[in-house]
Design a protein around this ligand. Structure first.
Ligand SMILES: Nc1ncnc2c1ncn2[C@@H]1O[C@H](COP(=O)(O)OP(=O)(O)OP(=O)(O)O)[C@@H](O)[C@H]1O
Ligand SMILES: [Mg+2]
Length: 508
């Protein structure tokens, strides 16, 4: 079909009066939502607004409590993901749904293996997988294990799997939260090609500017209700933020502060690549003072994660030293470093940040649990107090501390990962892409909290691939590239200057 055959406002899938409750929580309260043929509908809303829940209903992951779905005007029952796939609907999940101990190829074709006369045709699967990676301009081996990939690469695998289905309707729930600007650019090219083939796309992202560039229609979900709609011509950043949070604000600029003595001193640090060849961190020096907020900006794969994981004791260096308050932590375990006041908010909340089998409350108190323990007993009152304060501080939207962590929306889980480390009152906090999936209001709140703790002497190292964040929070911005710090800026620099130093061009 050529583009000219596509009727511009043909609705392919409609949700009518959809409601969804989880016990007492009413996640969706009678939502109407249309997906248009060959167009991108972006869905905005605060953390916990109900976006993922609505998309799970459209893709057969969950059933609605009430309401109706119409496919090309005809009522349909979408009872499972397999049924959804047969109807031409697939989804890229916000929380990655990959099997870590399986290969990239097996993940891409899981549940719909290509069969030949002799059983599964692995060679054909591998060929198609390679072609998908080429389309996504990624150098990922189809035979690599998913658990050996960076988070951003895992996200690419999740995308490749959805693309391999050749669906008519493709739902993308935060597809780019771990991707670099260059990777996002490639994905947008792919989206453009899909649109030309008549594929309809729903796109969810808290990278508002980014989502803006590909919106044909935008809708805003607030507290389980659709509250605003606009066609492309009327959508701008102000419109989104106003409708999402009910007011307009920007993330601000960091206050000028006087800094104290060095809190964290990293010297001559080298960390080998996980693959064993070359260095992920290459003879790096970094000093962060008490009260100072330092942003480390760089592409995915620049070595930021390895730097932070090494400082926190998760991986070992091949050379160099890390000192906290003028004391080497080289011989300390992760737990000892936390007790000494050096903590990490890790990149991958599912794998490293949260314990999925525990409640929201226990996840929040986990890192500081020793403070509540007297002999064999945990001081429940003290623990509860800290948990309540933390839920309030980082504004977690939850039923209560007893709710399972998996019942929280993606952004709210991320807030728990941050809150959990802040309650330990660290001297140095390392945050690896902490704003993944949190809405603009919550981001402003996190920035305010970090600035407040910094003003009281906490040193902050904040790793990000969103250049705007650097300008809003950092006293000092360091650009990391191929394991080294290659440039340094103060916050009165420009986005362009920072990106140029990282070897990246601005996304159009
Ligand atoms: N399985 C579940 N059990 C209980 N409550 C749930 C479950 N799934 C979602 N919820 C609740 O439904 C509400 C909507 O969550 P949802 O994940 O749809 O939000 P979202 O808009 O996708 O947010 P985010 O931007 O943070 O991803 C939240 O209050 C959440 O806690
Ligand atoms: Mg979500």
């Amino acid at each position: 079909m050529s583009t000219s055959d596509i009727t511009v406002d043909q609705v392919v899938l409609s949700a009518r009066n959809i409601a969804k409750s989880f016990g007492a929580v009413q996640a969706l309260k009678g939502v109407n939502f249309d997906i248009h043929r060959g167009q991108v509908t972006t869905l905005f809303g605060e953390n916990g607004a109900g976006k993922s829940t609505l998309m799970k209903i459209l893709s057969g992951v969950q059933l609605p409590s009430s309401g109706e779905l119409l496919l090309n005007g005809v009522p349909v029952h979408i009872g499972s993901t397999v049924e959804a796939r047969e109807l031409g609907i697939s989804i890229i999940h916000q929380e990655l749904s990959l099997a870590p101990n399986m290969t990239v190829r097996d993940n891409v074709f899981m549940g719909r293996e290509i069969m030949g006369p002799m059983g599964v045709n692995f060679a054909e699967e591998e060929r198609q997988c390679r072609a998908l990676m080429q389309e996504l301009e990624e150098d990922i081996d189809p035979l690599a294990l998913v658990e050996d990939l960076r988070l951003g690469q895992q996200q690419i695998v999740e995308i490749a799997r959805a693309l391999s289905v050749n669906s008519n309707i493709l739902i993308m729930d935060e597809p780019t939260s771990a991707l670099s600007a260059a990777e996002v650019e490639v994905l947008f090219k792919v989206i453009h090609d899909l649109k030309a083939k008549g594929v309809s796309i729903v796109y969810i992202s808290h990278h508002l500017e980014e989502a803006l560039t590909i919106s044909d229609h935008a809708v805003v979900l607030r507290d389980g209700q659709m509250t605003a709609y606009a066609p492309r011509a009327d959508i701008d950043l102000d419109w989104i933020v106003r409708n999402m949070v009910g007011e307009n604000f920007d993330l601000g600029t960091p206050p000028q502060t006087r800094f104290g003595p060095p809190a964290l001193v990293i010297s001559n640090l080298s960390v080998p690549m996980a693959s064993g060849t070359g260095l992920a961190v290459d003879q790096l020096d970094l000093t962060v003072h008490k009260g100072e907020i330092v942003c480390i900006y760089g592409l995915m794969g620049a070595g930021r994660t390895e730097l932070m994981e090494c400082a926190a004791g998760r991986i070992s260096p091949s050379a160099g030293d890390v000192r906290l308050n003028d004391r080497s932590v080289a011989q300390m375990s992760i737990a000892q470093r936390i007790d000494a006041g050096l903590v990490l908010v890790p990149e991958d909340r599912q794998r490293d940040g949260l314990v999925q089998t525990m409640t929201v409350g226990r996840n929040l108190s986990l890192a500081s649990i020793r403070r509540f323990t007297r002999g064999l007993f945990t001081h429940l009152g003290a623990e509860r107090q800290i948990i309540d304060a933390s839920i309030k501080e980082v504004t977690v939207k939850t039923d209560g501390p007893g709710a399972p962590i998996g019942s929280l929306s993606g952004g709210n889980q991320q807030k728990v990962v941050i809150g959990k480390m802040l309650v330990t009152h660290p001297d140095v906090i390392l945050l690896d892409e902490p704003s993944r999936g949190i809405d603009i209001g919550a981001k402003a709140e996190v920035f305010r909290i970090l600035a407040q703790h910094a003003a009281q002497g906490m040193a902050v190292v904040y790793s990000t691939s969103e250049v705007g964040e650097c300008l809003s929070i950092a006293h000092r911005i360091l650009v990391m590239r191929r394991g080294k710090i290659v440039a340094q800026f103060t916050h009165d620099t420009t986005k362009e200057a920072i990106m140029a130093a990282s070897g990246e061009s601005l996304v159009a």
